[in-house]
Write a protein of this length. Structure first.
Length: 337
């Protein structure tokens, strides 16, 4: 659902950029409460993973494809403030290096795909986990939260386009079309999110921000390699020593596999926004990207770089930028968990 240049007038583009900049500034301060030396690497991994999975368009219906947005996933894994920062880094790398999402629409994209999806996804997740706990409950909450966040973002796009789009639209028809196709995409997003959260819960439940204080007794692997069942900790009780290197290497390996190999099999059908824009007659408003002739543009299609190679480069850039940002934003209290 990356918005290209040309869809919005200057007033909406500038306003969205201002709101997004303010939101990111707030999240830079808020992330201090979510990040420390132990969890900062997770933010880099989450951003890189979202970049990789966004390359994997999957078919939904009628020659239309969708891909992960990732805001709800990021919020659940690393917290809502850090989640917005992760999404911002992903969108910056995509827009600046891969011509994916317009430069004048960068603020709109951060608002729609970063802030809206995180706020809606995190709100729904917290509401459900008031009643459902344990691994199954957290995974189910992740599914619903992700599913809801996608059409919510699509409907906010429709309202913004109605206010300041560069082509006249019938808001009811466009809202129905955007909402309908993005509900289908949201189902795919929900499945990806639930599987990812469930997998991390199974091996490193301490790294799922949204499950802190919710999960039932979970199995952790101690520093000596033995497996122990650790009950919930009392407030202020230090975390048990847990090996991070295997998890980090495994997660990075999976991310590189998705970007470097699985990306070759992604659907080439237009995504939900492009499909609706073509159907409703405003796709021609899209302008050419300033960096559209760069070698990495369109994930290598312009420069002849294999999509897998472009994906690996993107993963590296995203991991580097998000990791540095997370370490810079982390809290200085190293005892915080």
């Amino acid at each position: 659902m990356h918005v290209p240049d040309g869809f919005f007038n200057a007033a909406v583009s500038i306003s969205a950029a201002a709101v997004s900049a303010a939101g990111v500034a707030v999240c830079l301060r808020g992330a201090k409460r979510e990040l420390d030396d132990r969890t900062a690497p997770m933010a880099g991994l989450v951003a890189a993973f979202i970049f990789a999975v966004q390359m994997l368009n999957f078919p939904v219906a009628g020659g239309t494809s969708g891909h992960l947005l990732g805001g709800a996933l990021a919020a659940i894994l690393v917290g809502p403030y850090t989640g917005v920062l992760c999404m911002t880094v992903v969108l910056l790398v995509q827009g600046l290096f891969f011509a994916d999402g317009g430069l004048t629409a960068l603020g709109v994209n951060i608002f729609l795909m970063g802030i809206v999806t995180v706020l809606v996804g995190w709100g729904v997740f917290k509401l459900i986990t008031r009643f459902a706990t344990g691994r199954a409950g957290v995974s189910a909450a992740a599914f619903v939260a992700s599913l809801v966040s996608v059409p919510a973002s699509a409907l906010v796009f429709t309202v913004l386009f109605w206010i300041g789009g560069t082509a006249p639209i019938e808001i009811g028809a466009v809202a129905a079309a955007m909402g309908g196709v993005h509900v289908l995409i949201g189902i795919g997003e929900g499945l990806i999110t639930a599987l990812t959260v469930g997998a991390v819960l199974a091996v490193r439940p301490d790294l799922v921000y949204g499950a802190r204080g919710l999960a039932r007794p979970l199995e952790l692997r101690g520093a000596d390699g033995t497996s122990t069942v650790t009950p919930q900790r009392a407030p202020g009780e230090p975390a048990p020593p847990v090996r991070s290197k295997p998890f980090v290497l495994g997660a990075l390996g999976l991310t590189l596999l998705l970007a470097g190999v699985v990306s070759f099999f992604a659907s080439s059908d237009p995504d939900g926004l492009e499909s609706v824009a073509e159907e409703k007659g405003f796709l021609e408003q899209a302008g050419d990207h300033l960096f559209g002739s760069w070698a990495l543009a369109d994930y290598g299609d312009v420069g002849g770089i294999p999509v897998g190679v472009a994906g690996i480069i993107g993963v590296g850039l995203t991991l580097l930028v998000a990791g540095v940002l997370a370490y810079a934003a982390r809290g200085r209290d190293k005892s915080r968990v």
